[in-house]
Design a protein around this ligand. Structure first.
Ligand code: SF4
Ligand code: SF4
Length: 348
């Protein structure tokens, strides 16, 4: 039996789909396939990042593995290619090893930042006195905002390098335009391809259609709300920005629990194992960011407040330091593929 892998296997499966076309209309992937007679590797990477893994096409297909000789599983195969895309376009390239060992490197990064934080605290305030020092003395506004802006800039610069490399691979010589970007933002916000072809996302099971889109939306909007609120530090501890940060953290916490639950109960063997390997540590990290974020207003005026705030910052720093080399790069590639789709289809 021939063993297929990665892009070649995706081309094999998608060529069968291009003759069948039963799944037309399920998502943007199927409209995009119709535009090509011959599917090239760069185009497969684009299709892989257009796929939001709703599994509608899997359940519709009569040619699936393991029973049919065609052995199709489009979402799983595109998931494998997505993972290869991330590896191919991580910059600097050497750091694709972070993605390949995301779980252990996430843990190590947390430990290193935590130890560095302890050294800073013990040298400035003493570990035992730490809990009674005002948080704005431990993390003065200039330090907090300086580190935040620096880390945002660091992620933005690396994402630009990675995004340009990916765009050059998929763009077919076409230029971006503002309406294409605007429509892609609309698609990203309303989670267009998460809902399947109108029948709902079929992860974790064929009958559980709303858990994943809803959980992902909670994480998505929770993260954005929290990200904006942070700019108002120290207002995230009290005041309106504090309420917003609390709401963002609740959404992040609840959404990440939903995503972890989905990982745990998902039908075994249907998903790209490579994708699952990076999804899990990322989602668990989001869970801890959300959990410690919720504790910020709840723990004000208690002895755990400073420690929780510190640990919360350790998780956030880890999330952002690893952002260009972890599962966190997925919105970048998805967004660029949504832009390309909008430009290609003329719906921009
Ligand atoms: S996934 Fe199956 S049913 Fe859908 S287009 Fe491909 S071959 Fe046809
Ligand atoms: S988004 Fe859903 S329907 Fe579209 S290719 Fe992926 S799994 Fe199939």
């Amino acid at each position: 039996m021939t063993e297929y892998s990665g892009v070649n296997e995706a081309i094999r499966q998608l060529s069968i789909c291009n003759a069948c076309r039963y799944c037309e209309g399920y998502c943007y992937v199927w409209d995009a396939i119709e535009m090509k007679f011959i599917i090239e590797p760069g185009y497969v990477e684009h299709l892989a990042n257009l796929c939001h893994d709703c599994r509608d096409c899997y359940y519709a297909c009569p040619y699936n593995e393991p029973d049919h000789a065609f052995k199709l599983n489009i979402p799983k195969t595109l998931g494998n290619v997505r993972m290869e895309t991330y590896e191919n376009f991580i910059r600097p390239k050497i750091l694709k090893k972070v993605l390949q060992k995301e779980g252990i490197i996430t843990l190590l990064t947390i430990i290193i930042i935590f130890i560095a934080s302890l050294l800073y605290i013990s040298s400035r305030f003493g570990i035992y006195n730490f809990y009674k020092i005002p948080v704005t003395s431990v993390f003065p506004v200039y330090l907090f905002k300086g580190v935040s802006y620096f880390i945002y800039l660091y992620v933005a610069v690396l994402w630009i390098f990675e995004g340009v490399a990916y765009w050059n691979e998929i763009n077919d010589g076409k230029h971006m335009n503002s309406m294409g970007i605007f429509k892609a933002i609309y698609d990203a916000i309303n989670h267009k391809n998460f809902w399947g072809g109108g029948t709902g996302c079929k992860i974790p099971s064929e009958n559980n259609k709303y858990e994943r889109p809803v959980a992902h939306m909670m994480v998505f909007f929770g993260f954005i709300i929290a990200l904006i609120s942070v700019l108002f530090y120290p207002g995230i501890i009290s005041g309106y920005a504090g309420y917003a940060y609390f709401i963002g953290s609740i959404l992040l916490f609840a959404g990440s629990i939903g995503m972890i639950h989905i990982h745990m109960v998902d039908t075994k063997g249907l998903r790209s194992e490579k994708q699952s390997a990076i999804d899990y540590p990322f989602t668990v990290l989001l869970f801890f960011v959300g959990f410690t974020g919720i504790l910020i207003p709840i723990s004000v005026k208690t002895y755990i407040f400073n420690w929780n705030f510190l640990i919360h910052d350790v998780f956030i720093l880890t999330l952002f330091i690893l952002a260009p080399f972890s599962k966190f790069i997925h919105p970048l590639f998805r967004f660029l593929s949504l832009i390309k789709y909008r430009i290609d289809t003329g719906s921009s």
